[in-house]
Every structure is written in C-alpha cells, then in structure tokens.
Design a protein around this ligand. Structure first.
Ligand code: C5P
Length: 233
C-alpha cells in the first residue's frame, strides 16, 4: 500500500494514559500520521511526541493556539522541537496572529499551520452570544478567507463544510476533516458524520479518525478497512 494513502488517515491519540497511547502506536502497523491534542498533551505531551518522532511518524499537534501574535509566533517556534507536520491555530485570533504563525513555520520545510474556523460544537446562537452576528456557515467562509489572505493554505473543517470550502477555494487549500465514521462504526458523540469515502469525495485531503480505530478490538483491521475504502477514489 502506498505511503501516500496511509498518510491521509490521521489517528487521534485521545488517551488519558501514555501507556495506552504508546501501545496503540506499537499495535497499529500501517498508521503513519497521529494527532496529539490537549487531553494527551497536558499529561504526557513531550513523552508521546518524542516517541512519535523516534518512530518517524508524522504528527498533527492540535493545540489550537489563540493568543497575541508574538506569543503564537513563539509557541509555533517552540513546537519545532517535536517536528510536527501540522500545528493548529484559531483563525479568530486575527490577521496579525495568523501571519505570525505562518512566519514562524517558515523555518521548517515540512511544517504547515492549520486554521480552525468555527468549532462544530458552536451553534448560530452560541456565535451570536460571542458578539458575532453571522451564521456559522458564513463565519466559516469569512474566517477561512481571512486565513488565505494572511498566507494560510491549510484548514480544519467539518465534513459539512468540505463542499462549500472546495467550491470557493478549489485546489488552493488543504482540508483536514474530523467527524468521520465508517458505516460500520458507532457514532458516539459525533452527530453529523460522513463516511471516509464520502469525506474524500467531498474534497477532504486528510481524515482525522479516533474511536473507530482506537476503540476497536482490532485497530489494525479497522485501519485497513478504512484505507481500502478510500484507496482508488
Ligand atoms: O474519536 P473521534 O473519531 O470522534 O475523534 C475525532 C478527533 O477529532 C478528536 O480528537 C476530536 O477532538 C477531534 N475533533 C472533532 N470534531 C471537530 C473538531 C475536532 O471530532 N469538529
């Protein structure tokens, strides 16, 4: 199987204990891209990131930076000790913050900054309560446009946003999508889900997948079934 397709599945390491995350990385033979988010990072971040680096895995460091431009610049710089391929920021941090993140990442040939627009946990009402008088759909396009204007070419979006963002930005941008559930997997707390095939067909470049793989009795088998589903699309 080509490295290319395997690289499009990013396995979310959302575990409370380092040993469980380590054991999954040992078990999953074909996976080459992992996402480390706040849950894992706060407890055993440096340890798991060092392990992933030693094993030559690609890393999506999903800490969603959102602070003054100077702080985000140095946060991105500091993250370079782990050699992450992707580092996420909140686009609501604004133009200068986005530009500083992009500037900081230029020191690494591999690193890409990923812009997060509106969290899918937000409704139109939640957005209005923060003072944004706009639908979440409009806010997503507006924030991604600001990202592109500020030098970003990569974004995290929900499966529902894939088509509108592809229609607007075409091949100009890279889209990374969570909220994926194979037809055979439990939905868990994910509500509006796409299958891996649907997400790739709608324009996703990378799929972030957690529990369908990590909570499976056979993580290798689950990974392979998903890989087969998207191979050849
Ligand atoms: O286990 P599951 O496949 O639902 O994991 C998806 C991963 O993607 C989790 O790390 C979750 O925090 C993240 N995520 C998400 N939905 C979003 C944004 C991020 O599920 N809208």
């Amino acid at each position: 199987m080509s490295r290319n397709m395997r690289e499009r599945i990013i396995v979310a390491l959302d575990f409370d204990r380092f040993e469980v995350a380590e054991s999954l990385v040992e078990t999953l033979k074909d996976a080459i891209f992992y996402k480390v988010g706040l849950q894992a990072f706060m407890k055993y971040g440096p340890k798991i990131l060092k392990l992933l680096k030693e094993k030559k895995k690609s890393v999506f460091l999903d800490l969603k930076f959102n602070d003054i431009p100077n702080t985000v610049f140095w946060a991105v710089k500091s993250s370079m000790i782990y050699d992450p391929r992707f580092v996420s920021i909140h686009l609501s941090g604004g133009r200068e913050m986005i530009k500083k993140a992009v500037l900081a990442a230029q020191d690494s040939a591999e690193m890409k900054i990923l812009g997060v627009s509106v969290l899918t946990s937000f409704s139109d009402k939640d957005l209005a309560e923060t003072g944004v008088e706009m639908t979440t759909d409009d806010a997503v396009v507006k924030l991604c446009s600001l990202g592109v204007e500020s030098g970003l070419d990569s974004f995290v979006c929900s499966p529902m946003e894939l088509k509108p963002l592809r229609a607007k930005f075409r091949g100009q941008i890279r889209l990374v999508t969570p909220g994926i559930r194979p037809a055979w997997a439990a939905k868990g707390d994910q509500k509006r889900v796409f299958t891996p095939r649907m997400a790739i067909e709608a324009g996703a470049d990378y799929l972030v997948i957690g529990r369908p793989i990590t909570a499976s009795k056979d993580p290798n088998g689950a990974f392979t079934v998903i890989l087969n589903e998207i191979t050849g699309l």
